[in-house]
Design a protein around this ligand. Structure first.
Ligand code: NAD
Length: 247
């Protein structure tokens, strides 16, 4: 579904991002995965190369809140693959901190990783997409961007911002033939979730009509659809992939 396409996927070293990198490679894309550290990037790359030595995949670890580093990273992707068709802004951190315990540095970190990175990567990628007459920007939102959550208010607030960027950029970039959408996963089986205690997870599963939490592949499949030409008239949408866990 992605033959001849080049994708950049942030937060591609594990969890939802890694599964999406793998699925895009299987579907013929060339992929640049971005991670936070050289070590985790190299680990992800060697795992993928072990699975299939023909995969065309590279890895970089720019600071996602620094425009200059991001510019250099996208230029390296362009120099290596010759084009950039798809960007997935997936890197993110969660938070469960109660309001009165938030420090200013935690607040800044969430804003930088979850919002500023989406803004900067989107800004930097647009000229590359313009050059080839269009492209696709996809963001990882969350079900909490619709309902909020009882503690850690800056996490849902950051995902509300991601939805705002998605809907606004879809309108701003439509004349350039750049589609912008988000996937809003429900609770999904990744490191982010395995850090939570059983007593928190089990009651949550009971509230999900489909009776299970999501798998990274459930989310990767949604990204594949939205990145492909099958979604050619879909833009500005927040696609909920959450087993109908709507409360
Ligand atoms: P994860 O913790 O397994 O992976 C997070 C990824 O983000 C990693 O690749 C990591 O390298 C990257 N990252 C984190 N901090 C970074 C930083 N400072 N700079 C650069 N990269 C950084 O988490 P995941 O569950 O796969 O989460 C991926 C996305 O999905 C996030 O945006 C998250 O908010 C969202 N999400 C997850 C769930 C869930 O239940 N797992 C639900 C809804 C939304």
């Amino acid at each position: 579904m992605l033959e001849n396409k080049v994708a950049v996927i942030t937060g591609g070293t594990r969890g939802i991002g890694f599964e999406t990198v793998r699925l895009f490679l299987k579907n013929g894309a060339r992929v640049a995965l971005f991670g936070s550290r050289e070590e985790t990037v190299n680990h992800a790359l060697s795992q993928l190369k072990e699975e299939n030595s023909h995969y065309e995949v590279m890895g970089l670890f720019p600071n996602l809140s620094n425009e200059e580093e991001i510019k250099k990273a996208f230029q390296k992707v362009y120099d290596t693959f010759g084009q950039i068709d798809i960007l997935i802004n997936n890197a993110g951190i969660s938070s469960a901190t109660p309001l009165t315990s938030y420090t200013e540095s935690e607040l800044d970190k969430i804003i930088n990783v979850n919002i500023k990175s989406v803004f900067l990567c989107s800004k930097v990628v647009v000229p590359y997409m313009k050059q080839i007459g269009g492209g696709v920007i996809l963001n990882t939102s969350s079900m909490v961007s619709i309902y909020g959550q009882p503690s850690g208010c800056m996490y849902p607030a950051s995902k509300f911002a991601v939805n705002g960027l998605t809907k606004s950029l879809a309108r701003e970039l439509a004349p350039l033939h750049i589609r912008v959408n988000a996937v809003a996963p429900g609770i999904t089986e990744t490191d982010m979730v395995s850090a939570l205690p059983k007593e928190v997870i089990e009651p949550l599963i009971k509230t999900i009509p489909m009776g299970r939490i999501g798998k990274p592949m459930d989310i990767a499949n949604a990204f594949l659809y939205l990145a492909s030409d099958m979604a050619s008239y879909v833009t500005g949408d927040i696609l909920q992939v959450d087993g109908a866990a709507r409360s």
